[in-house]
Design a protein around this ligand. Structure first.
Ligand code: PEP
Ligand code: MG
Length: 600
């Protein structure tokens, strides 16, 4: 019988194949060890640790073979870091944990003190960690619990493998090619090997949008769904699945018609991608001859490989806060040089301007306690709290090194600095004061910078959209962040799926704000772009063109699709319909008009 399950899609694409269920969680039983067997039990435990290290080392050594380094030529011959390097950086912390006393000594002491078997001793240690991490306030450290669990699971599997060598265990490469893997959870190391093993997609019962595993799935282009609770209860080995990684939907044992539908969709997507790739060099020009600027959004310097395939005009949003994420406490937070080097890599990989957004930490992007927080407690409404520029202005030890790095990078290539979540003119004035101080410091140190570097603001708080005219004297450009602007205008938490149905880019309040910002920026001759997801959503591109938007910044995955729409649009036909949209009073009428625009 067919059925549908819904999870969180973290890596888009459609995959069809049989499910292979990984039973990562091993059954752990307790038994007593006789005095004379103690040494051999400890030896068994140490061998399992050794085996786990070996496995990780093997995976690490295989990565450069699976993903050979590809140096991308740049003006100064700087190689872009490879996927291999990125993946290895997720495996190394796991190897370090295996050498830590928490795993090399404490379980051994538990075996000695309580005369229990190695598996049970390791489980005791795992339970202690779980309690310890659960009690923590710090979200970043809480997330580390997940890494430790993954490492302990690996050691447990090694212990069991040694006890029952004939059994097949999960991390063996025996998963049939073409499978869709379903697991309670997956390690980054497991994920890194998937393309090599011919695994088409994966589903996990746990995990988040920005877990290491999800990041790797996206960078490898493997369709993936996480957070599909209890999926193993519903799926049986061999069930045929359709995984839609964009919508987070799993279709089980589809009937012939559904299967045909998804196969056609898959073929169609492939054909479209290859057809779109021909647009790389084509200009984003409308039918009536208006040139549109198409920038890309990135999170990591490594994203530039994907950007290069799109022929983007530059980077319209570089989310630099990702430099602060997924770091171990030992690594600490990035310093000025690490920021600088990341910016230089991006600048050297693209011809156009690079819009470096200053840190947008806070809300759903909490990091380690190296960053000042009021009282250290997690705020009740983090999206309305000490976030982005508010946090930066509070903690100059965080902000100043970034400002210095951005200014220093501004002589390597065209840099635009962009400030997120500005809600008052006063905040922009503070940023400008700080920039003056930093420039003076650099001059005193004989460090060069571009004195003309543009400084702009994101329009993502309604107060700025409503009063954009007041901000105009303080900015060189605006970029509309619809993800937050919609969240704050409609009072909908963008990460809360319970209210997701209210998240509506076509709400008249949102459209009026967009129109006002665009019109006022044009009147003042200030460039205005849009870097929120709305800009890259094919459903809204024509409406935005009709409203007068001329600069779009979109995810590299959708950039060529947006270019295609632009090249088939006629502004003369779109303008009057956009005007009607603005005068419409109900959302059905708006939807009809937008639909009309899309078939012109
Ligand atoms: C936005 O809010 O639209 C935006 C682009 O910023 P982020 O998604 O990083 O909050
Ligand atoms: Mg935002």
């Amino acid at each position: 019988m067919s059925f549908t399950l819904q999870g969180m899609g973290v890596s888009r694409g459609i995959a069809i194949g049989p499910v292979y269920i990984l039973h990562h969680q091993v059954e752990i039983t307790e038994y007593r060890i006789e005095e004379k067997q103690l040494e051999s039990e400890i030896e068994r435990y140490r061998n399992a640790l050794k085996q786990a290290r070996e496995e990780l080392r093997e995976i690490r050594d295989q990565i450069p073979l699976i993903y050979p380094s590809r140096d991308i030529p740049s003006p100064n011959d700087t190689a872009i870091p490879t996927t291999a390097a990125e993946i290895a950086s997720f495996i190394d912390p796991h190897m370090l944990m295996l050498d830590d006393a928490m795993l090399t000594q404490i379980p051994v002491e538990i075996i000695k003190d309580t005369r229990c078997n190695a598996e049970w001793a390791l489980k005791q240690q795992q339970d202690r960690f779980t309690d310890l991490f659960e009690a923590m306030d710090n979200e970043y450290l809480k997330a580390r619990k997940h890494d430790i669990q993954q490492v302990i699971d690996r050691v447990q599997r090694c212990l069991q493998k040694a006890a029952q060598p004939e059994e097949k265990y999960d991390n063996t490469p025996d998963i049939p090619e073409g499978s869709i893997v379903l697991a309670h959870d997956l390690t980054p190391a497991d994920t890194a090997l998937m393309p090599h093993q011919g695994i088409k997609a994966f589903i996990t019962e746990h995990g988040g949008m920005n877990s290491h595993t999800a990041i790797i799935a996206r960078s490898l282009g493997i369709p993936a769904i996480v957070g599909l609770r209890c999926a193993r209860r519903y799926l049986r080995r061999g069930d045929t699945l359709v995984v839609d990684g964009l919508h987070g939907v799993v279709l089980g044992n589809p009937d012939v018609r559904s299967l045909r539908y998804f196969k056609n969709l898959q073929t169609e997507q492939k054909r479209k991608r290859s057809e779109l790739s021909r647009l790389r060099e084509a200009p984003a020009v409308t039918r009536d001859g208006k040139m549109i600027t198409l920038y890309a959004n990135i999170e990591f310097p490594t994203d530039m490989q994907a950007v290069k395939r799109t022929g983007a005009d530059g980077i319209g949003l570089y989310r630099t806060e990702f430099l602060h994420m997924n770091r171990s406490p030992e690594e600490g937070q990035p310093d000025e040089n690490e920021h600088y080097e990341a910016y230089v890599k991006v600048l050297r990989a693209v011809d156009g301007p690079v819009t470096i957004r200053t840190l947008d930490l806070g809300a759903d992007k909490q990091v380690d306690g190296g960053i000042a927080r009021s009282g250290g407690a997690v705020p009740a409404n983090p999206a309305l709290g000490l976030r982005a520029v508010r946090l930066c202005l509070r903690d100059l030890s965080l902000f100043k090194p970034q400002l210095r790095a951005i200014l220093r990078a501004s002589i390597v290539g065209p840099v635009r600095m962009m400030i997120p979540m500005v809600s008052s003119v006063h905040e922009m004035a503070q940023v400008h004061h700080l920039l003056c101080d930093v420039k003076r410091e650099l001059e005193a140190e004989n460090l060069a910078y571009d004195p003309e570097m543009p400084v702009g603001a994101m329009v993502e708080v309604p107060s700025m959209a409503i009063c954009s005219d007041l901000f105009i004297p303080h900015v060189d450009f605006f970029s509309i962040g619809t993800n937050d602007l919609i969240q704050y205008t409609l009072a909908i938490d963008r990460v809360d799926d319970e209210v997701g149905y209210l998240y509506d880019p076509l709400h008249p309040a949102v459209l009026r704000l967009l129109n006002q910002v665009i019109v006022q920026s044009h009147q003042a001759d200030k460039p205005v772009s849009m870097c929120g997801e709305m800009a890259g959503d094919p459903r809204y591109v024509r409406l935005l063109l009709g409203l007068g938007l001329r600069y779009f910044s979109v995810n590299p995955e959708t950039l060529l699709e947006v270019k295609h729409i632009i090249r088939h649009s006629d502004l003369n036909k779109l303008r009057p319909l956009a005007k009607q949209v603005l005068n419409s009073q109900d959302s059905h009428q708006i939807e009809d008009l937008v639909a009309q625009m899309n078939v012109l």
